[in-house]
Each structure stands twice: as structure tokens, then as C-alpha cells.
Design a protein around this ligand. Sequence first.
Ligand SMILES: N[C@@H](CCC(=O)N[C@@H](CS)C(=O)NCC(=O)O)C(=O)O
Length: 238
Amino acid sequence: MITNDKMEAQEVEVEVEAQAATESGDQQIKLYSYWRSSCSYRVRIALNLKGLKYEYKAVNLLKGEQFSPEFRKLNPVGYVPVLVDGDTLVADSFAILMHLEEKYPQHPLLPPDLQKRAINYQAANIVSSSIQPLQNLAVLKYLEEKVSPDEKIEWVKFHIGKGFSALEELLNNHAGKYATGDEVYMADLFLAPQVYTAIRFQLDMTQFPLLARLHEAYKKIPAFLDAIPEKQPDAPSP
Ligand SMILES: N[C@@H](CCC(=O)N[C@@H](CS)C(=O)NCC(=O)O)C(=O)O
């Protein structure tokens, strides 16, 4: 005969197992990503911070795989990242991060303080709306072909620099060890890949001391380190 105590113990066990499955990512998470995509990089950091295992599905942007009919069924706009989480399909890094935050509350990506939370949204959107779209592969290809390769580099440096000046000003009053205090939050997930890209384009980071300091801090966090482009399965071998 099963007593109430036993039933309760069994229920707790099932709950613990479900939680463990969720935490270990046994929910069949797939991330469509490209190794050097800064938008995918944001999501890789979030998955790592939340301790979620996932299957890496490489989409080669240089070969145009993002335009294939199969991929456009996942994201009609033809961009990575795309996340498939069980029955849920979601594209766009911001939407993906919000989905992960709502479904997997461990290691919150947003602080409880509303002002800090708002700064996280603002910083994330400066990167995702006012910097990254101006240095997207499609834009760079257009500039290289229709204007000139040198002009392309100047363009990228100008627009990243403009956004970085704004971020320095915005975050100066809020930063601690990380962008908005001593915990890693959403703003950091957008900043780390953007600074990585800036360095790739040889932007002089001494102009942006706060962002340069944050970049050094991110190098010490395993969830960030494991998400770097060079460590991804589709990165070319060195
Ligand atoms: N707002 C989207 C932007 C996605 C995006 O621009 N993805 C880039 C890589 S970071 C891409 O797939 N580019 C392919 C192309 O330009 O054809 C997001 O945050 O996910």
C-alpha cells in the first residue's frame, strides 16, 4: 500500500527529475548558429549560463545556407540564430533570450531592480538595433561590392564607435564588475560579442575604457569562453 508520505516523496522525486532534465537540456534544444555570428554568440552565452545542453546546427552564412527554403521555413527573414526548444520555434536573439528566461529561470538574465532592468534592455537594443544591423553580412557585402573594401572598414568602425560611445556614457553610472553591477545580465550578453567583432575590425578599444575592461572580465567566465566563435564546431581549424 502506498502511503501519503510515499506518494509525496515520489512526487518530489519526479519534480526533481523534471528539473534536472530541464537543467541538463534533455528537452531537445537545437540552436541554428554560425560560428562568427554575433547574434548567435549572445544565445550561446545564455544557454551556457543557464546550464542548458543543446545540439549545434551549423548554418554556413558564407555559402548562403540562410537563404535555403528549408532554413527559411525556420526563419523567413533568413538570419541566424534560430532556436528549437521542444515544440517551440523562435528566431531572433532577443526573442530567444526572452523565451529562455521565461522557461528556464535559473541564472536570471534580468536583474530584479527595474532601473537596472531597463538599462539592460536599453544597452541590448543599442547593440542589436543601432550597431549590429549596420555591420551585418548583407550590408558589408553590399558596401564591398558597390562602394569599396576600404570604405567598408571605415563604415564598420564609425558605426561601432558611435554605438560604443553611447554605451560608455550610458553604463558609466551603472557598471560594477560587469555592465550593470556585479552580476552578469542581458547587457553583457550583447556587449561581449559586439566587442569581439569590434576587435576583429581592429577598432581601437582604448577609446572605450569601460567596454575594454568588461571585455577582460568576460574572458574569465566559462559560459562566455565556451561561446566564443573559435570554439564552435563550424569554426575553421586554426
Ligand atoms: N535581430 C536579429 C539579427 C540577426 C542577424 O542579423 N543575423 C546575422 C548574423 S549575426 C545573419 O544571419 N546574417 C546573414 C545575412 O546577412 O545574410 C537577431 O538579433 O537575431
